[in-house]
Design a protein around this ligand. Structure first.
Ligand code: XBP
Ligand code: MG
Length: 249
């Protein structure tokens, strides 16, 4: 018997909004302000998104693409990455505060319906807390934390997706079993993290992730437009029936 649906857990970047092109602009602006000649284009950034987390992504780029710079001592690299990330985060936050980043279709409607029906909402993201706050403050309002009492992010879960830490943490703080929740993701790293935590996952790919492998997703959809709690419940039940049918063979 399927557990009743009790919680929806949302990734942020790519899922709530098409944020990555703004993160990309913010990275490039931070590189330019630091006097670096790094400039990431969309094709390169699409590949770099395989590495979750902005700091981890810059370190990966540095090590892989610019090995000639690795002779700078280790702590200097870490300091530069920290500085770049602070600058990039401030630039990105300004873009969000200026209203450049809008939520994807269907996101707010589904959240509102879920709340009205007594489901809990949570965030499980690898991004920095200020990025989450800026986006949700603007989209949901100044009291957004009342609607999202559980926010797990880079500050609470240092092990980045595809590690399931951030989802396991969200479930624990919600007090909900994995089987009573649905996760929402846009990337294969996110899907793998949510699935490793035991969650059914609806994937809405973004332009940067549409070629990822989404095997195992509950559904892969162009967006959350038109998605309702009843549909999620039906999709979960259908998957359960299919699993039982295979078990009975
Ligand atoms: C999103 C990310 C983030 C953002 C940048 O992954 O990887 O790193 O690109 O944010 P997911 P920070 O959507 O799977 O959580 O620079 O703050 O890390
Ligand atoms: Mg994402």
């Amino acid at each position: 018997m399927n557990q009743p649906l009790r919680a929806l857990v949302f990734d942020v970047d790519g899922t709530l909004a098409d944020t990555e092109r703004f993160h990309l602009r913010a990275f490039n602006q931070a590189f330019a302000e630091e006097g670096l000649d790094w400039e990431w284009d969309e094709a390169l950034y699409t590949e770099l998104l395989d590495v979750s987390g902005g700091k981890e992504r810059m370190l990966h780029y540095w090590r892989q693409a610019r090995p000639q710079m690795v002779d700078i001592d280790g702590s200097a690299i870490v300091h530069l990455v920290e500085r770049l990330h602070l600058a990039k985060t401030a630039i990105y936050e300004t873009m969000v505060n200026e209203g450049l980043v809008e939520l994807r279709p269907g996101v707010l409607i589904l959240m509102d319906e879920a709340r009205r029906r007594g489901l809990q909402l949570a965030i499980a993201t690898t991004t920095s807390p200020v990025n989450v706050a800026a986006l949700l403050r603007r989209a949901v309002g100044p009291n957004w934390r009342l609607e999202f009492p559980v926010v797990c992010d880079a500050s609470t879960a240092p092990r980045k997706k595809p590690h399931p830490q951030v989802y396991l943490q969200a479930l624990e703080r919600l007090g909900v079993a994995a089987a009573a929740g649905v996760a929402f993701e846009d990337s294969s790293n996110g899907l793998r993290a949510a699935m490793a935590a035991g969650m059914d996952t609806v994937v809405t790919p973004s332009a940067f992730t549409r070629r990822h492998d989404f095997s195992g997703a509950l559904r892969v959809l162009p967006s959350l437009a038109g998605v309702s709690v009843d549909q999620l419940t039906e999709w979960r039940a259908a998957r359960q029936r299919a699993a039982q049918a295979v078990g009975a063979e």
